[in-house]
Ligand binder design. Structure first.
Ligand code: PLP
Length: 391
């Protein structure tokens, strides 16, 4: 083992420096970008470590190593998007399998699961995982995979990953957690008992809103191999340049989240005190239903929050039109602050009925809080709330 491969490096060090100064050709400090799709064989039966970039690429593998270490997994597969990561996981299921997913998950997750289940590829059931009786009943049907999103998108519901993992295992299921909203800087689901973590690396891991990517991390080395094989079969792997950019973004993960979650807490407290705001969903607030669990299983409350304007859709229209620092856009996790209206944007495809069951209302807005000055962000929200009240 080289002095740079020490297994006991802390997560901040892994994020900032995994792979630094390991370039075998020129000792480049920043890991090089290998764009080559193919690699020369030494002889007709003597491939090198890499032969073709669908099955393996040095830049992508470096990012995979860093993410696997940060999540405490046996390995990671880097995919072309977060949805490709989920699809890699569920694509191996068959008609005898069944998936149990939360009723209030990200709209794209629900769409993908329904699309696959609709083609008879596995059975699917959605449940309120915060309702112990409903969860126990659903686990009684012995699903093969339990999918968890905590905190959930967009309502920031928190579930006890340790408890659900234990229950799922007792029911014979594997458990996968979407850790996109927190990243391994703030939550490590494998240490809480999960079998897989999935990420949209598009969000906090890259952190600069200039890459779409994903990752699956597995606890079991045999599962890593099986997933790697399946990724090569279906070809859902991420591009090397995207991996290189994501590794560059990862360097500042801890510092970014530190500042972003400080801003988020200040904004949550500010919004809580506003008469035009009927509810604030942020696990860092003592009154949030998942506060105690979040304080136990997370290392911070993150930089995502949502809130409800009591004036509904019309208030939303006036509010977003008045914003100048927050940008109205899909996605999250970048250094710039974004606002999204889940009903018409991220969760539009979910349909009215599923949204009503999940509790996603017309007046709900989701904030991805960035690294701008706290005072500028709050002044922007203040201006927008004034517009809601006075128009
Ligand atoms: N998981 C969560 C929680 C998300 O918010 C998203 C996208 O918004 C995804 C997965 C999908 O990721 P991608 O857009 O990279 O496919």
């Amino acid at each position: 083992m080289s002095k740079r491969d020490k297994a006991d490096r802390r997560p901040e060090t892994i994020a900032a420096a995994h792979g630094v100064a390991t370039d075998p050709a020129f000792a480049a400090v920043a890991p090089p970008l290998y764009l080559s799709s193919t690699y020369a064989f030494a002889d007709y039966d003597a491939p090198g470590r890499y032969d073709y970039s669908r099955s393996g690429n040095p830049t992508r593998d470096l990012l995979a190593e860093a993410l696997a270490k940060l999540e405490g997994g046996a390995g990671a597969i880097i995919t072309a998007s977060g949805m490709a990561a989920l699809d890699l996981l569920v694509g191996r299921l068959g008609p005898a399998d069944s998936v149990l997913a939360p009723h209030d998950c990200y709209g794209g997750t629900m769409r993908l699961l329904k699309a696959r289940a609709g083609r008879g590829q596995f059975a699917l059931r959605f449940v309120d995982q915060g309702d112990p009786a409903a969860l126990a009943a659903a686990l009684g049907e012995r699903p093969s995979l339990v999918f968890v999103e905590s905190p959930s998108n967009p309502l920031m519901r928190v579930v006890d990953i340790t408890a659900i993992s234990a229950q799922a295992k007792a029911a014979g299921a594997r458990i996968a957690v979407d850790n996109t909203f927190l990243s391994p800087a703030l939550q490590c689901p494998l240490a809480l008992g999960a079998d897989y973590v999935i990420h949209s690396t598009t969000k906090y891991l890259n952190g600069h809103s200039d890459v779409v990517g994903g990752a699956v991390i597995a606890a079991d080395p045999a599962e890593v191999e099986a997933l790697r094989y399946w990724a090569t079969v279906v070809g859902c792997v991420g591009a090397p340049f995207d991996a290189w950019l994501t590794l560059r973004g990862l360097r500042t993960l801890f510092a970014r989240l530190d500042g972003q979650q400080r801003n988020a807490m200040a904004i949550a407290r500010y919004l809580e005190a506003q008469p035009a705001v009927s509810r604030v969903h942020y696990p860092g607030l003592e009154g949030h239903s998942g506060h105690a669990v979040a304080a136990r299983q997370q290392r911070g409350f993150g930089a995502m929050l949502s809130f409800e304007l009591s004036g509904g859709a019309e208030a939303v229209r006036r509010f977003v039109a008045a914003l100048g620092v927050f940008t109205l856009a899909e996605s999250l996790g970048g250094v710039e602050s974004l606002v999204a209206h889940p009903v018409t944007m991220t969760h539009a495809d979910m349909g009215d009925e599923a949204r009503a069951v999940a509790g996603i209302t017309d007046g709900l807005l989701r904030l991805s809080v960035g690294l701008e000055a706290e005072a500028d962000l709050i002044a922007d929200l203040d201006r927008a709330l004034l517009a809601v009240g006075t128009a």
